[in-house]
Design a protein. Structure first.
Length: 674
């Protein structure tokens, strides 16, 4: 493990040293005035940005403030989002939006969805924030008609956009080196190198190494039904170690009225799975190795002022090695290999001023193989076709889309063939009642559809080939108030009331072994909720302009109940792990070169099973994180030193039952920019 760490750091450091030598060989140009520091401005087709429903965004500067290690940690600060975190740095982290289920969330990485036909879930803990420029959440869908057909089909979407290289006047190279050390023996080191190859082509490469023992103290306290204490002890989390490497290479190019991008991505990890603490078992022998690789390409061009086209392609190979060597159970040592091929074209044309239409088609091929006995070896071909139109009347914006999906499965074991198809419409509207467009009223109605995953259908001893597809209907009404006060003060308020109805809902949660999922078809789920997001930024009242403050708060109220069978004891009970109330708050202050940030997360009472009984009850939990950073210059370098205190009040809590989370912990970091 140490050897792999040194090799990865050496590979990342060689170009950095070469570039530093090149930089030192040039004479400094002296301090430039503010008019000369101009970043690149990328101009794209006007047809790209006609969105109707506003989104929730966290940009690079905001992400840097948070005590977040991955995209999953950052998404906790979006309203309507519930993070399923199984503890520790290397624990699996998935996201549920508005109680629709993880499989209804599409995760797009630089414009292409990260597919996982095996279990339908993307472990967002594997996606680092070091090279991320923006994370955006859309409920319903991204309401722009110039997008891939698969983007229209999802119930909600997360768009992750990596950093686009930008160079100041006279510079050809950017270099950023980061390092962080924290609790659980966490060490992260990353290098970002950006190089201008020509006037129209730039390259960026990002490499990262992470290692941690995963050991942390926790308090395990459980009560009997009569209120007496059954367990109350302090222990150390075991078998949560991780060693991971990630490397990413991007080529960006500009065209006449267009752009293109090539991406290569590799993620390799070896981690232990601590598992649930049940039956007085404190440590387990489960381990998992992941090798995720993919290459993708995008090409976009506008032809004149009325037509734009975009082409996408991707091939991915994913290998998972899962082993369980616990002596109390039968030994397991399985390897899963998943392949994915994705091709897409999207085309938009402006029929009349303010009226445009689009036609998109996606083809996705997935194949799964495994070393398990009598594995089905399924192959899936998915065809997705979408037609959409948008009307922009200045004070009124309307969009409508219709998606057709055809799914064909084939298994080699029994030579079975299954076919399913579905049509899903959507309608979005946005009205600006006042001049200046500082207030907008929006509404949408949408249907979505998702096939059962390969694990749902074909997993040995657990799969159910008779599972029905899951269908969802969404309704939403909301408002957005967006107001600027002077040159630097800003206020924003979003509020949404929503109603979702899910038919034949399939849920998955770990039972005993984290890698294996217990499948459960709930039938029908009724979801009603309220999301509120407010933010304000600007100089503190009565202070000098050197002190800039930002405040962002979000609140979610949800009632997600099972309405399948009135004769069941859990009829109209809240579904597992969905709290009635949750929220977060981010407070930041900048004074000259010093920045302070406080973040707070609250999750209310929940239940970890279908029946909302006292036995299944989970107490509310909250965490407070505090961070400080100081930026200064040293010769030609810009340095940033940071200190983090996570879970400041040492809250002892579980996000998932019997998976204790870390208590108070610390981290220090340094960043160097050349």
């Amino acid at each position: 493990m140490t050897k792999r760490l040194l090799v990865a750091l050496w590979c990342a450091a060689v170009p950095a040293v070469a570039l530093w030598s090149q930089h030192e060989g040039t004479k400094p140009t002296g301090r430039m005035d503010s008019l000369q520091h101009v970043s690149e401005v990328v101009v794209t087709s006007k047809l790209t940005f006609r969105e109707v429903i506003p989104s929730q965004q966290l940009k690079e500067e905001q992400l840097q403030r948070l005590s977040a290690h991955s995209v999953a940690d950052a998404m906790r600060y979006f309203s309507g989002v519930q993070l399923k975190d199984y503890g520790g740095v290397g624990g699996v982290k998935t996201v549920d939006v508005r109680s629709m289920g993880t499989n209804h969330l599409a995760v797009s990485y630089d414009g292409i969805v990260l597919g996982n036909a095996q279990n339908g879930q993307t472990d967002l803990g594997q996606l680092s924030l070091d090279n991320i420029e923006e994370v955006t959440l859309y409920n319903g869908q991204k309401s722009a008609i110039f997008q891939a057909a698969s983007d229209f089909a999802s119930a909600s979407s997360v768009y992750i956009r990596t950093r686009m290289p930008r160079f100041e006047v006279g510079r050809q190279t950017n270099l950023k080196v980061r390092a962080k050390y924290g609790a659980s023996d966490l060490f992260r080191a990353s290098v970002l190198w950006e190089q201008r190859l020509s006037a129209d082509v730039s390259l960026s490469t990002n490499a990262e190494v992470m290692t941690a023992s995963g050991r942390y103290k926790f308090r395990y306290r459980r009560k009997n039904l009569d209120g007496t204490v059954a367990w109350d002890t302090t222990a150390v989390r075991q078998n949560g170690d991780i060693h991971a490497e990630r490397a990413e290479l991007n080529l960006h190019g500009m065209l006449n009225q267009g752009q293109w991008q090539l991406k290569g991505y590799v993620y390799n990890s070896d981690r232990g799975i601590p598992g649930a603490i049940v039956n007085n078992v404190w440590s387990r022998g489960e381990r998992q190795q992941d090798l995720n690789t993919f290459g993708q390409a995008s090409w976009q061009k506008s032809i004149g002022e009325r037509f734009s086209t975009r082409w996408l392609a991707k091939y991915g190979f994913y290998r998972t090695h899962y082993a369980n060597r616990d002596t109390t159970v039968l030994p397991v040592d399985n390897i899963y290999r998943q392949q994915e091929l994705y091709l897409s074209t999207a085309n938009v044309v402006e029929m009349l001023p303010g009226w445009s239409a689009s036609l998109s088609y996606d083809f996705r091929w997935n194949k799964l193989d495994a070393t398990t006995y009598r594995f089905a070896r399924p192959t899936r071909r998915t065809h997705t076709l979408s037609v959409a139109t948008a009307l922009d009347l200045h004070r009124l914006k309307v969009q409508a889309s219709l998606v057709g999906m055809l799914v064909k499965d084939h298994t080699q074991l029994n030579n079975e063939r299954n076919t399913d198809s579905q049509l899903t419409p959507a309608l979005f509207a946005n009205v600006y009642p006042f001049k200046g467009k500082w207030l907008s009223l929006r509404a949408y109605a949408k249907q979505s559809f998702r096939m059962p995953t390969f694990n749902d259908l074909y997993y040995t001893n657990l799969g159910n080939a008779q599972l029905r597809p899951e269908r969802a209907t969404q309704f939403d009404v909301g408002l957005l108030a967006n107001k600027h006060f002077g040159p630097s003060a800003h206020f924003s308020l979003q509020a949404d009331l929503y109603y979702n109805k899910v038919h034949d809902k399939i849920i998955a949660y770990p039972k005993g072994q984290q890698f294996r999922w217990t499948m459960l078809n709930l039938g029908e789920v009724d979801i009603r909720g309220l999301d509120v997001v407010a933010s304000v930024s600007g100089p503190l009242l009565g202070s000098r302009r050197e002190l800039i403050t930002t405040l962002r708060a979000q609140y979610t109220c949800q009632r997600a109940i099972d309405v399948t069978d009135r004769h069941k004891p859990y009829y109209r009970h809240q579904i597992p792990y969905i709290p009635h109330h949750s929220g977060s708050l981010i407070l930041g202050a900048d004074w000259r070169d010093l920045s302070l940030n406080y973040s707070f997360i609250y999750t209310g009472e929940r239940w970890n099973a279908q029946e909302n009984t006292q036995y299944n009850y989970m107490q509310p939990w909250y965490t407070s994180d505090l961070s400080a950073a100081y930026t200064f210059r040293l010769r030609h370098c810009s340095l940033r030193a940071s200190l983090e205190v996570n879970n400041l009040l040492n809250q002892q809590y579980d996000v998932i039952a019997n998976y204790p989370m870390p208590g108070r912990n610390f981290a220090i970091g340094v960043e160097v920019r050349l």
